[in-house]
Write a protein of this length. Structure first.
Length: 175
């Protein structure tokens, strides 16, 4: 299973907290050679079943800002999208991110996810995400990395079972 990443742009500082949206519903985005939309409710099952979603900087598992299992990251869906609140740590990384957010220097938010069997719907070159497994959200300092690495690859091709197992093992390595 391929871990995919997407960017959203709304993030703001409120005291020592970052708040905003890591994803927005119903907005079509061009991804490589197709268009993608996130349907309302796409994160609902994952939010109920995944007790530990991470908040990272630039999708870097070595730069953890918060996590849902200890309450320093709060996630919820509303009519607009995937809403978040990060209680920033009293660390140099937390202070740097807070300073950048206060100045308006952050590039936005992104999220890392996988799509379970039947979680998306294709109509020509249009993909609608109806059910995703959320692994992390990320504060993006500049621009999202849409490079061709395996963890960022986006493809309509189905992965073999071995590829899925390898990808899941790699993902579990960040926890």
């Amino acid at each position: 299973m391929t871990v995919e990443k997407r960017i959203a742009t709304e993030v703001r500082a409120e005291g020592r907290k970052l708040v905003g949206y890591a994803a927005t519903f119903g907005q079509e985005t061009r991804i490589l050679d197709f268009h993608e939309t996130i349907a309302p409710g796409a994160f609902a099952a994952s939010l109920r079943s995944n007790p530990d979603v991470l908040a990272l900087v630039d999708h870097d598992a070595g730069k953890v800002l918060a996590r849902s299992k200890n309450g320093s990251l709060t996630l919820s869906e509303d009519a607009h999208g995937l809403k978040f609140q990060i209680d920033l740590p009293e660390t140099s990384l937390g202070r740097d991110i807070l300073a950048m957010a206060t100045r308006g220097d952050l590039g936005g938010m992104s999220f890392g996810f996988t799509v379970p069997e039947g979680g998306d719907e294709w109509r020509g070159d249009k993909r609608t995400l109806r059910n995703v497994v959320l692994h992390e959200i990320s504060v993006v300092q500049s621009f999202p990395a849409y490079g061709g690495t395996s963890v960022q690859a986006r493809s309509r091709q189905q992965r073999t079972e071995a590829d899925r197992r390898i990808a899941l093992l790699e993902l579990e390595g960040i926890r």
